[in-house]
Design a protein around this ligand. Structure first.
Ligand SMILES: [Mg+2]
Length: 433
């Protein structure tokens, strides 16, 4: 069985841990520079405020106290994400982060009952130890686990944990009422093409002829259909479409504790991720880097550090991403460990065409689309890596606007939560930053 643990409204939930007054209130988290809404609480969604709404349009609501808007606090979200991963690693043998708030856990040799019991236990433990609400989806394949998680979130009957057997009536009933566009890896454009051939639901995709799918669409779609039948055949990398986040990671040929080697691997992943980003015409708002030691080597010290850093403005520029990756590595690197795997994840993607540069924000002085297009073209024609970027220096510290950022409660000594009897304690803490 495969489990998918996914945080509910993750950014907002991280904020609520330390500011319980936000519980039950409409809360939005803004992009860097307080530009637009990138995360919403259920209450804010209920007000019909869409993702990407420019923050200035909500200023009146905010001033009236009807809604709460917070600057993004990536340091806090990144740290809570690392704690979530760590808690899961303590409980499950095999954990693979898929995004900042989604982690796959692989449960071999567990019965369905044991999986469900473990799912409930994990959910309780995460709530108690971290204060985070999560839902757990369990199924024999990645694609079904993702669907199971979606159901666990939507349908209160499941109380946060949903298990799909793959062959049972529950799975069949669910697939029959799930539009094919909700299946992992099936975007809206693909769903439209499928509809022409009469495939509208997940069940119809599952029942489609695999060879035809392969011939008329793609290998990935044929595999997705198999996954819906309960046959595992997709790897994490194949699950990238449609991409809300881009990940490039690889195991080292030889475990290494050498900073430069680790850095070089991350630099390669950063360049590849930036290429993928430009291919799909997106910009990233944040970069996550992570390292894993070999969990099978019990005789060696273990650690799984990760760092999450926000970009000054959304970017697809390889140099910006390289600089950020280096900052992240310096933050999280631990000497005396042998690392087995390194990865770079680009998060909170935004459509490059629709993204309008804020006139008030910092000048994106790294913005050179023609240079990046030239690099991509050369690498496409003459082979990947023909042109790559050398070591770059740290960027000048851009002064970011983040007037409403909550304290970085878990990573800064001078921003710890204050315990006090008077109700203004939290506010005092917030204004101190
Ligand atoms: Mg989530």
């Amino acid at each position: 069985m495969i489990g998918l643990v996914d945080g509910n409204n993750f950014y907002v939930s991280c904020e609520r841990i330390f500011q319980p007054k936000l519980e039950g209130r409409p809360v939005g988290v803004m992009s860097n520079n307080d530009g637009c809404i990138i995360a919403r609480s259920a209450e804010l969604k209920a007000l019909d405020i869409p993702m990407g709404t420019p923050a200035f349009k909500l200023e009146e609501l905010r001033q009236r106290g009807d809604i709460h808007l917070l600057s993004s606090n990536y340091e806090l979200y990144g740290d809570m994400s690392a704690r979530l991963t760590q808690l899961l690693r303590n409980a499950c043998p095999d954990v693979a982060p898929y995004s900042i708030d989604e982690m796959f856990v692989y449960l071999e040799d567990f019965t369905a009952e044991q999986c469900e019991a473990l799912g409930r236990k994990l959910r309780q433990r995460i709530r108690r130890h971290l204060g985070l609400p999560v839902c757990v989806g369990l199924a024999p394949t990645h694609t079904l686990a993702k669907l199971a998680n979606h159901v666990a979130k939507q349908d209160p009957y499941y109380q946060g944990v949903c298990l799909l057997g793959g062959q049972d009536h529950t799975t069949e009933a669910l697939l029959k009422r799930t539009p094919v566009s909700s299946v992992w890896g099936v975007g809206h454009r693909l769903a439209e093409r499928l509809a022409i051939g009469g495939v509208r639901t997940a069940w119809e995709l599952r029942e489609s002829d695999e060879k035809q799918l392969r011939k008329r669409f793609s290998v990935v779609l044929a595999r997705t259909a198999l996954e819906l039948r309960g046959t595992p055949c997709l790897t994490m990398n194949a699950l990238d479409l449609p991409r809300q986040r881009i990940m490039t990671s690889r195991s080292f040929g030889q475990p290494t504790g050498d900073f430069t080697q680790v850095h070089n691997a991350l630099r390669r992943h950063a360049q590849r991720s930036a290429e993928k980003l430009r291919e799909q015409r997106s910009l990233a708002r944040a970069v996550m880097v992570f390292l894993n030691t070999n969990r099978h080597r019990r005789d060696q010290p273990q650690c799984f550090p990760q760092a999450l850093i926000a970009l000054p403005s959304p970017s697809d520029d390889t140099r910006v991403i390289l600089d950020t990756v280096r900052q992240g590595l310096e933050q999280m690197y631990r000497p005396h460990h042998h690392f087995m795997k390194a990865g770079v994840m680009l998060l909170d993607l935004v459509d490059a065409e629709r993204h309008q540069l804020s006139l008030l924000g910092p000048t994106p002085h790294h913005h050179h689309p023609l240079l990046m297009a030239a690099v991509d073209q050369i690498n496409q024609q003459m082979g990947r890596g023909t042109i790559s970027f050398g070591m770059t220096n740290a960027p000048a510290a851009w002064q970011l606007r983040c007037a409403h950022r909550s304290p970085r409660f878990t990573t800064r000594w001078d921003e710890l939560m204050l315990a006090g009897t008077h109700p203004g304690a939290i506010d005092a803490c917030t204004s101190r930053t």
